[in-house]
Write a protein that binds this ligand. Structure first.
Ligand code: ADP
Length: 388
């Protein structure tokens, strides 16, 4: 693994010039070089067809030595190359074409596709079966590789986003400290405020990253207690208020009139709801509308956050819950986001035995995120639940 320390001069770290992700890439590329690759469009089929024809010409050149014996070695090569470059279907095309060419030209009676002996049938079937297995195995490895490449790309994007997001607060802190040095170490209050705010935003970012690592290692322990849904929602609104007000959105809240208690970790559940509200604020053009709705259906509390913002395309809906995934085009609105919030929020909802789902009418048609949490025993058994 190569590392290029572009962000150091004379061994000193320069804030605001964090290395780009490509500087730390390396290892996987070497693996990809040796791996099969998927050519575009009809190219692998063409490779299979040309390979089968070339194998036939080669077989012709050995005809004097081989006679009526069909040697499939050349044809296997054609199938292998088609499988390597295109997976199962190009390999299947190359195999069937090869079997027909071999049968037509090199088995007696020549110049006919007629199969006139069991031995010939067994030979041809064996060749086609092995070729299909080669194609299948190649398809499996091509798919695994394309997943690995996508994960690698996502990691790179994440590194780029992280470097970018850390650069801004670090540059501001750097600038404020340079000003302070110029003023002989006297730090005016507004500069201290700036530094405080930037350090706070760096802290939040690092907390998010630590949360991801805790969640993926299963290290988050819930500290459950009984809490009214209305209190949870109020806490989340309080946390996301600066973002909602900052964008001039109108917030409507529709909750059950009577108390509905949940037995949850209040800090974590508030984090989930605050994340949905902040996202609604970020991904809705200024002056939009956000609606929070809570209800009890059977033994499940359902809380939804709906906005009339930029929406999400259907194919991206399930993906927004993946770690480090940000929708193309929404990235500039993410305001320091790293594509972590929804992955964490869903995980936390699931840890409570609930779920988090998203729906959207498509681009520019708003989104709705719905959290469900089962009402668990302590609250229910004390009879504090009220149907709404
Ligand atoms: P981020 O830090 O990028 O906001 P999240 O995990 O919270 O990370 O969200 C992942 C992605 O899902 C966002 O980058 C955005 O593309 C999309 N997204 C989340 N909430 C909304 C929403 N209310 N409207 C439209 N897109 C959204």
């Amino acid at each position: 693994m190569r590392t290029v320390e572009r962000n150091k001069i004379d061994g000193r770290h320069i804030p605001g010039s964090l290395g780009r992700p490509e500087a730390v890439a390396g290892g996987m590329e070497d693996v990809f070089l040796l791996a099969p690759f998927r050519s575009r469009g009809l190219t692998p089929y063409l490779i299979g067809v040309v390979g089968a024809l070339a194998a036939t010409l080669l077989r012709f050149s050995f005809h004097d030595n081989l006679g009526a014996h069909v040697s499939f070695s050349f044809y296997y090569l054609a199938v292998f190359v088609a499988a390597w470059t295109g997976g199962f279907w190009p390999a299947a095309v190359a195999a069937i074409l090869s079997a027909n060419l071999a049968n037509y030209f090199f088995t007696e009676p020549y110049w006919t596709l007629w199969i006139n002996s069991t031995e010939e049938f067994v030979d041809l079937s064996f060749f086609v079966t092995v070729s299909l297995i080669i194609g299948g195995l190649s398809e499996i490895s091509l798919r695994a590789l394309s997943r690995a490449r996508a994960a690698e790309r996502e990691k790179d994007n994440f590194m780029a986003a992280l470097a970018h997001e850390m650069r801004s607060p670090l540059s501001v802190i750097n600038y404020a400290s340079a000003l302070s040095r110029m003023s002989g170490g006297e730090q005016p209050y507004d500069q201290l405020d700036i530094i405080d705010r930037q350090v706070h935003s760096l802290n939040l970012m690092i907390e998010d990253l630590l949360d991801v690592s805790r969640v993926t290692r299963g290290k988050i322990r819930l500290q459950r207690k009984n809490i009214d849904v209305a209190v949870l929602v109020a806490g989340a609104i309080e946390r996301s208020k600066p973002s909602i007000d900052g964008h001039g959105h109108m917030l409507k809240v529709n909750l059950p009139e009577r108390a509905v208690e949940l037995f949850v970790d209040p800090v974590r559940m508030e984090q989930v709801l605050a994340n949905l509200l902040t996202n609604a604020a970020k991904y809705t053009p200024d002056g939009g509308e956000i609606i929070v709705r809570g209800r009890l259906v059977d033994d499940t509390v359902i809380i939804s956050v709906r906005d009339n913002g930029i929406g999400i395309e259907p194919e991206m809906l399930p993906r927004v819950f993946d770690l480090f995934v940000q929708v193309e085009g929404a990235r500039e609105r993410s305001q320091g986001g790293l594509g972590i919030g929804l992955a964490l929020a869903r995980k936390i909802a699931e840890m409570h035995g609930g779920s988090l789902e998203a729906t959207s009418g498509g681009l520019d048609r708003g989104s709705e995120f719905t959290v469900t949490v089962p009402v668990s025993q302590p609250a229910a058994s004390r009879g504090v639940l009220a149907k709404v």
